[in-house]
Design a protein around this ligand. Structure first.
Ligand SMILES: Nc1ncnc2c1ncn2[C@@H]1O[C@H](COP(=O)(O)OP(=O)(O)OP(=O)(O)O)[C@@H](O)[C@H]1O
Ligand SMILES: [Mg+2]
Length: 313
């Protein structure tokens, strides 16, 4: 193998055996994850499971107690490593009293871009992110969606090799979310390597090549969406409303269907793709008041692997 193709095969991000404790609380317990070049990987898990902690370690805002992180095959502590990563943190880091281009200039200067390069890069990002019509608006007066767009542009200002997005669409409305998805899709198509977190499973399904599910301080399952769906003991799901859940559960179990009850919602995992009529006929109970048959989604796989937290204190 030549040096050139050896480096092309190296993962963009390789994380092994991360441990991190805050006081008495062990947050990361042997966390490992690999992100290939050009891949978009989503890190999912319940609130407080340690997603932002992982991202902050990757961006060198936090130090791990143990474990290794390699970026493009080089250890994180090498000089210049921080410049290889662009972070869109969970809390927006923009200056509200500055204009969009002034924010971009500020962060470009922070990354040490020489003046000529800085001016060209800011102009390019203003254009690419469609910020022109808002050029004269102070950032604090932009809508949440436009602020997040600018936040994304700021994370890219120094042309990082890895883009890290911590809940990039958490605080925006549906239209802005779709708009940000289009931007992130564009980045992915241009070959940008991205590690992101989100609580929106539809977002992970849409944006990510691969998803890692986190629990207990480590990755407990990972793969493409179809690979994760294969962990669900069913081919489709019937969502039901019933006036007598116990009777319906019993009937479904007699049919050999796995039943899940979460947040008052009754779901049956079907062994094949049944029609609505087949499900209604099979259940054949007057207590069932509504049925819909749906394809499995990432949410079904997530609940199967991570659960709904109902057991938590
Ligand atoms: N600087 C800190 N000092 C003490 N505890 C911390 C610190 N940062 C995070 N924690 C704790 O570590 C745990 C993991 O936090 P983290 O922010 O990584 O979770 P998360 O998965 O990103 O959660 P969310 O989905 O809510 O953003 C939480 O219990 C949090 O309170
Ligand atoms: Mg977080």
């Amino acid at each position: 193998m030549t040096v050139a193709n050896m480096s092309a095969n190296t993962a963009a991000l390789q994380i092994d055996g991360l441990h991190k404790r805050f006081g008495s609380r062990l947050v990361l317990d042997g966390f490992g994850l690999q992100v290939a070049r050009g891949e978009v990987v989503g890190l999912l898990g319940p609130n407080g499971c340690g997603k932002s902690t992982v991202l902050n370690i990757v961006c060198q805002l936090l130090q791990a107690d143990a474990g290794q992180v390699q970026l493009m095959g080089e250890p994180l502590h090498q000089p210049g490593a921080r410049a290889r990563v662009g972070l869109c943190a969970q809390d927006c880091a923009l200056y509200p009293d500055l204009l969009p281009a002034e924010n971009l200039h500020f962060f470009a200067r922070l990354h040490g871009l020489p003046a000529a390069q800085r001016h060209a890069r800011v102009a390019q990002l203003m254009d690419r992110f469609g910020l022109g019509p808002h050029a004269a608006t102070r950032v604090g007066r932009l809508s949440g969606g436009w602020q997040q767009r600018l936040h994304l542009a700021v994370a890219l200002v120094h042309s990082p090799q890895l883009l890290v997005l911590d809940e990039p669409t958490a605080a925006v409305d549906v239209a802005a979310r779709l708009d940000l998805w289009r931007l992130i899709d564009g980045l992915r198509e241009a070959g940008t390597t991205i590690l992101l977190t989100t609580h929106q499973l539809a977002e992970a399904e849409h944006l990510c090549n691969r998803v890692a599910l986190m629990q207990g301080g480590r990755v407990v399952a990972q793969g493409s969406v179809p690979e994760l769906l294969a962990r669900v003991p069913g081919q489709a799901v019937a969502r039901l409303q019933s006036r007598d859940s116990a009777a319906t559960v019993q009937r479904a179990q007699r049919l050999g269907w796995a039943v899940r009850q979460r947040a008052g919602q009754l779901s049956c995992l079907l062994p094949r793709h049944f029609s609505l009529r087949e499900v209604v006929d099979a259940l054949d109970g007057p207590e069932v008041s509504a049925v819909s048959v749906q394809a499995l989604t990432l949410e079904d796989a997530y609940l199967e692997v991570v659960g709904d937290g109902a057991g938590l204190a």
